[in-house]
Design a protein around this ligand. Structure first.
Ligand code: ADP
Length: 260
């Protein structure tokens, strides 16, 4: 009897699944959505207290509330560095959840490439200064504009620049070049004199969570380049990378352009 009941129940379950496949798949989809929303909420909630920690650290570091001895300075420096690192990761997680749910909301406008470059270089000037890294910009073809979401494109450029700074030695040189291409696109390239990346890793570089084994800076999440790719492709553009181990790397993106 038991086996007959089990067989009957299995049959009913099978029929149910065959008839209503969405009843089985929907909860999984719903779970995924719940997970994504959860990550988005947590990332969002973490941002405010982390920003306060960073601000407080900065005030202490600048000795605005009193002099610090070398050891105290070092410790406060660690706190702000870690707060920065966590802020970067929470920001990346937020962007990732947007990309995952196909919710990249774009505001496409005709934008001057120099505006994107200026916004990005300003955003990383403090980090560059901390490592005595010089950033040189060269915006050519100024009669070209790009069809782009200014904020998202700047985010990508900031991400390329942050990587260039993080993976470079002190006193390094980072260049940003903007140039129009024959096919009507405008290319943005960030070059550094960092360690470079072995050719065998290049195809994986823009994958989520991929990090080059044994690289110099181990504080990352492996998400920045994956999000960059999603942002640029959502705008109808393409991303690229060139690298020569021992000499440096060049990360690029191209966006649809228009001559004024
Ligand atoms: P992460 O947070 O780990 O930097 P990214 O997605 O931004 O994540 O980069 C993925 C990996 O690509 C990094 O872990 C690093 O190994 C490598 N990488 C990125 N930019 C550079 C660069 N400018 N020079 C050398 N390696 C880089």
């Amino acid at each position: 009897w038991m086996s007959l009941i089990v067989a009957a129940l299995t049959l009913v379950a099978l029929l149910f699944i065959l008839n209503f496949p969405e009843a089985v798949s929907r909860p999984i989809q719903e779970q995924n959505e719940a997970k994504t929303n959860f990550i988005a909420t947590i990332s969002h909630e973490l941002k405010t207290p982390l920003s306060s920690i960073k601000m407080a650290g900065r005030l202490l570091e600048d000795e605005r509330v009193g002099a610090l001895n070398a050891e105290q300075k070092e410790l406060v420096g660690q706190v702000t560095d870690d707060a920065n690192r966590l802020l970067r990761i929470t920001g990346e997680l937020l962007h990732l959840t947007q990309a995952e749910t196909g919710r990249i909301q774009l505001q496409i406008n005709l934008v001057a490439p120099s505006l994107i470059v200026e916004t990005a270089t300003r955003a990383v000037s403090f980090q560059a200064h901390q490592k005595s890294i010089q950033i040189v910009t060269d915006v050519q073809d100024e009669d070209y504009l790009v069809y782009a979401d200014a904020e998202k494109s700047s985010w990508v450029l900031i991400n390329y620049l942050t990587n260039a700074i993080r993976y470079s030695r002190e006193d390094g040189l980072v260049t940003v070049t903007v140039q129009a291409h024959d096919q009507g696109t405008v290319g943005f390239v960030v070059r550094d004199q960092g360690p470079g990346i072995d050719a065998k890793y290049l195809p994986k570089l823009f994958d989520r969570y991929f990090r080059v084994p044994g690289n110099r800076d181990q504080t990352g999440s492996g998400l920045g380049l994956a999000i960059s790719k999603e942002f640029i492709e959502a705008q109808g553009g393409t991303v690229g990378v060139w690298s020569e181990p021992g000499y440096g790397s060049a990360f690029s993106f191209e966006l649809p352009g228009a001559k004024t």
